[in-house]
Design a protein around this ligand. Structure first.
Ligand code: PEP
Ligand code: MG
Length: 594
């Protein structure tokens, strides 16, 4: 019987493929594919690293004091032997040759394979040799990290190596920026042990539009390299080495969901208007400038959220300067051909640290409450020169199309003043240097309950607001969005959450200023009618979600929905009450509440 692992569904559909484990290691390493032409160079990197480690160990052996215990010398001999042994050296090389993994990834992949083999050994002495393999691997990884990285060798990960089987990515945990580099790569599915539904790694997985499950606790321990896996992104289940009958059943479901997608695709360029004639704006969330083209293809009428922090992550001290940022923003703006692009200032912090760090590592960093700490606008305001630099880069991009600025996590009066002062100063600086820019609207994200309750006040200072439901839910319910151990309490249907959203929409209507939702709720079809009933007319989501949301909009009558609203928002169980209301009105609810 196949093993099943349960987790949280984050991205719909079924993926079937062979497991590729991105093993976690004690040394922070990047995982990426190298392009075929660079495979020999990557193997040279591996060989150099091995020579360096052999020399290190040789030197250690020579420096051992005469009274050192003989076991120490023997241990170093074991390490030297492992370095020369083909199960490590040759097999590691094979990962680079056959799969085009970068050298560091190849080392961790082979270490994982060997560690498991040692785990299964009966003999205690041999079983303990696993630690030696891990120590040798750690030395190799450190040697690689000191050597020149071969970044030019990075490939987009489009399949350019042998083997026809589809591949699915399995990791204990993976940082959002690392996940992003697999966008558009060979992977057709994704599973991690940790993370919540709206953790940033999950959000990036969703933007890749491949079936994904997170928080599947034991997955990376139970799954082995090359196991056959089914990832059921609807139910949040992973099946390891399924039987042929189960496989056939899922292949059927996979075909069904592909047909459904193709059907929805036909709506891409249909205007998004309700039955009673209300035009609803559907915008896209993007992470990189290149995503703008997908947004356009998916029928988005603009970019509602450009998460610019991804340009800053994993860059070490080499953060993008004003010109590099300007090029990135301009490229997104030009790709949208005059449609609005809402550029959010960096939202660094919490589960999006500047340098590569996964959730597990963050948990061990002893930053007590990263989600409540120096993140988003707080971080930007602590680096005023960098903040102004980003504002200037965004303003400069406004000379090439319609640009809006969005500020994450605003809540305080002092922040509002500092933001508007910084923007005024950035404009002055551009004027002084004769750089062109056009009028740009300034928006605030509503992500903290304090801001939600003060929307009308915020709208005296901002031109629009956009509700970041991912954080709004986290901060309203005091549930870390990246923590799978409390994921069952991360409840988008909580009456307090719905009440806050309704208040923000209402306050914006009274202030006659635009309001949008750019959190994951906007792309979740289970909420489409409810948000329409609340008066929302602008949604921003992953491009792949646009058609499904549009389909529900096309079948909706906002007048009718509005009359049903109280029954849901006054209920202690809004999910259930709303479902019943929809059913009474003859509308089929979308899936189960999540
Ligand atoms: C949100 O919090 O809902 C949001 C859109 O921002 P992010 O997910 O990047 O925190
Ligand atoms: Mg947010």
């Amino acid at each position: 019987m196949s093993i099943q692992v349960f987790g949280l569904p984050v991205s719909r559909g079924v993926a079937i493929g062979r497991a590729v484990l991105v093993a976690s290691s004690r040394v922070d390493v990047a995982h990426y594919f190298v392009d075929p032409a660079s495979v020999p160079d990557e193997i040279t990197r591996l060989r150099h690293a091995r020579d360096v480690v052999v020399n290190e160990i040789d030197a250690l052996k020579h420096e051992l004091p005469t009274d050192a215990p003989p076991e120490l010398d023997a241990l170093l001999d074991v390490h030297l032997m492992l370095l020369r042994d083909e199960v490590l050296a040759d097999a590691t090389k094979q990962w680079v040759l056959e799969r085009h993994y970068n050298a560091e990834w190849a080392v961790t992949a082979q270490t994982e394979v060997l560690a498991r083999q040692f785990d299964e050994m009966e003999d205690d002495y041999l079983r303990e040799r696993k630690a030696d393999i891990e120590q040798v691997a750690e030395r190799l990884l450190r040697a690689l990290s000191r050597a020149e990285p071969n970044l030019a060798a990075r490939s987009s990960g489009v399949r350019d190596f042998g083997g026809e089987d589809p591949l699915v990515l399995v990791a204990n945990d993976i940082a959002p920026a690392d996940m992003l580099q697999f966008k558009g790569s060979v992977f057709t599915g994704f599973v991690t042990d940790v993370g919540g539904r709206t953790s940033h790694t999950a959000i990036v997985a969703r933007s890749m539009d491949i079936p994904a499950v997170v928080g599947a606790r034991e997955a990376s321990r139970l799954i082995r390299q090359d196991d056959w896996l089914i990832i059921d992104g609807d139910a949040g289940v992973v099946l390891i080495n399924p039987s042929p009958i189960v496989l056939e059943e899922y292949r059927f479901r996979q075909r069904q969901s592909e047909l459904e997608r193709a059907r929805l695709d036909r709506l891409r360029h249909t205007p998004s208007v309700t039955l009673d004639g209300e035009a609803i704006e559907l915008h896209a969330n993007i992470e990189l400038p290149g995503d703008a083209a997908h947004a356009l293809e998916a029928g988005a009428v603009g970019v509602g959220l450009f998460r610019t922090e991804f340009l800053f992550m994993n860059r070490g001290a080499d953060l993008p300067d004003e010109d590099e940022q300007f090029e990135a923003y301009r490229s997104a703006v030009q790709a949208m051909h005059g449609l609005p692009v809402t550029i959010r200032t960096v939202d660094i912090g919490a589960d999006k640290p500047l340098d590569r760090m996964s959730i597990n590592e963050l948990r061990h960093e002893h930053v007590l409450n990263p989600a409540l700490g120096l993140r988003a606008i707080r971080w930007s305001l602590s680096e005023p020169a960098m903040f102004r630099q980003q504002l200037r880069a965004i303003l400069r991009a406004s000379a090439y199309g319609k640009v809006r600025i969005l500020v994450p996590m605003v809540a305080h009066r002092t922040e509002v003043r500092l933001i508007t002062d910084a923007l005024t100063r950035a404009r002055e600086q551009l004027q002084d240097s004769g750089q062109p820019f056009t009028p740009v609207e300034l928006g605030a994200m509503i992500e903290v309950p304090a801001a939600a309750m003060m929307t009308s006040w915020l709208l005296r200072h901002f031109d629009f607001v956009s509700i970041g439901t991912n954080d709004l839910i986290q901060y309203t319910l005091a549930i870390d969005r990246a923590d799978e151990t409390v994921a069952h309490l991360y409840d988008s249907w909580h009456p307090a959450v719905l009440r806050l959203i309704q208040e923000v929409i209402e306050a914006s209507r009274l202030a006659a200023k635009p309001v949008s939702i750019c959190g994951e709720m906007a792309g979740d079809v289970a909420f489409t009618e409810l948000l329409l009933a609340m008066g929302l007319r602008s949604f921003s989501m992953h491009p792949a979600q646009i058609s499904a949301v549009k389909q529900r909009i096309l079948r909706s009558d906002t007048q009718k929905l509005r009359r049903m609203l109280d029954a849901a928002t006054q209920s202690e169980q809004p999910a259930l009450a709303w479902r019943q209301e929809l059913q009474h009105a003859g509308i089929r609810p979308a899936g189960l509440p999540v």
